[in-house]
Design a protein around this ligand. Structure first.
Ligand SMILES: *Cc1c(COP(=O)(O)O)cnc(C)c1O
Length: 398
């Protein structure tokens, strides 16, 4: 039988066909009226997608470039920062803060868990200049309660800037950026926006802009003030990734169509879709007798699953790829072999979700597990049937 390659990884994610076409035909020069029109419109659309009135910037880098910019632009060497870490991406915040000489304090919880309010509150002292956290920790599949964290930061440490890595949170999770007082929120192109890797984007609050004036860390390519100035004229400070920006414009158009002309409505239906795919997957996993890696607060961005006792998760990852062309992610670092991750970020629908669950049943059975074929699928079908009155397919409405 044919075997189509399909990505179920938490970045890169499957590509939107309309975005691929836009990318392939984008041959414009960047200092032209044509590009300025595209860039200005795309920045405005991105602002609606994020749901903020703050300035939005696009950088030619992977998501980590915007993470680094959020350290170098907002802290000076010696500044006290608080990192909330629960996995590999939280650890990246720690590395960045230390690389640029910050005095690092942490709330660190075991992989698969999230923070308790009491632990965070205790660390929010008057000396903290910035707080760094993920919305969803893609290495463990956990969702952090950004709303509760933001409220604590604003109440307990009003001097601190709150920076949220929402690279897998945006487009999968409801986030009220301005209402909760998030100073910097970061996204990446290869996640919910359905285009290839290569762009990072971020929304920056007035308080954060103000902080930048007094910060002494060296920065050049990722000097956000330069980008803000250029963006106001419809340009970027350096050569932009024109083809990716054309793709991004097409992806945002697609979301607006899905929302019957409203980009926020299109984004909300994208989020609702991710939530439903995740709920179907969790139901199937449970029915198949497997455990979630982050059961207390599972994200809708991805589902991290613990393999059956005695079976390395790499066997499941390899089985899905070799037999079905389905690419899921193994655990990262010391979690390798101990979990596998199925993403629901971006361009996924009902059939993708049913397909990966069906394939998983076969792979488990092939590894000697007493799986009754259809048990996981039935659980997922029931979730879908219960929800399908509420969630209409975007294409049917467009
Ligand atoms: C994908 C991802 C990143 C960004 O990684 P890059 O490889 O630099 O794009 C950062 N944080 C989270 C939570 C992610 O999922």
């Amino acid at each position: 039988m044919l075997r189509k390659t399909r990505l179920f990884t938490p970045g890169p994610t499957p590509l939107l066909p309309a975005a691929q076409v836009a990318m392939a035909s984008a041959g414009m020069h960047h200092r032209t009226a044509e590009f300025r029109a595209l860039f200005t419109r795309t920045l405005a659309d991105l602002k609606e997608f994020i749901g903020t009135s703050n300035d939005v910037l696009i950088l030619a880098s992977s998501g980590t470039g915007a993470m680094e910019a959020s350290v170098t632009n907002l802290t000076s060497s010696g500044d006290q920062v608080l990192v909330l870490t629960a996995g590999k991406f939280g650890e990246r915040w720690c590395d960045l803060a230390q690389t640029f000489g910050c005095q690092l304090d942490m709330v660190s919880v075991p992989y698969g868990q999230t923070f308790s309010a009491a632990e965070v509150r205790q660390k929010l002292t008057p000396g903290v200049r910035a707080v760094y956290v993920q919305a969803t920790e893609s290495s463990t599949g956990v969702r952090h309660d950004v709303e509760a964290i933001a409220k604590m930061v604003r109440a307990q440490a009003p001097q601190a800037l709150l920076v949220v890595d929402a690279i897998t949170g945006l487009g999968t999770t409801r986030l009220d950026v301005d209402g909760w007082g998030i100073d910097v929120i970061i996204g990446g192109s290869q996640k919910a926006l359905m285009i290839p890797p290569g762009l990072a984007y971020l929304a920056v609050s007035e308080r954060a802009w103000h902080r930048m004036e007094s910060v002494r860390s060296p920065r050049y390519y990722f000097d956000l003030r330069k980008e803000r100035k250029a963006a106001a004229k419809g340009e970027s400070a350096f050569t932009p990734a024109t083809a990716l920006i054309a793709a991004l414009g097409a992806a945002l158009d697609y979301l607006r169509q899905g929302g019957e002309g409203s980009l926020p409505a299109g984004r909300d239906s994208l989020i609702a879709g991710a939530e439903l795919c995740a709920e179907m997957t969790r139901a199937a996993v449970g029915a198949l007798g497997l455990r979630l890696f982050a059961p207390a607060a599972p994200a809708s961005a991805l589902t991290a699953v613990v393999p059956p006792a005695g079976l390395d998760s790499g066997k499941i990852v390899a089985g899905l790829r070799e037999k079905f062309g389905a690419v899921v992610a193994n655990g990262q670092g010391e979690m390798k072999g101990k979990l596998f991750r199925v993403a629901h970020i971006g361009y996924y629908d009902y059939l993708d979700t049913i397909g990966i669950i069906g394939a998983l049943e076969h792979v488990l059975a092939a590894n000697g597990l007493p799986v009754e074929l259809g048990v996981g699928l039935r659980a997922a079908q029931e979730v879908y049937a219960a929800a399908s009155d509420a969630v209409q397919p975007a294409a049917a409405r467009a």
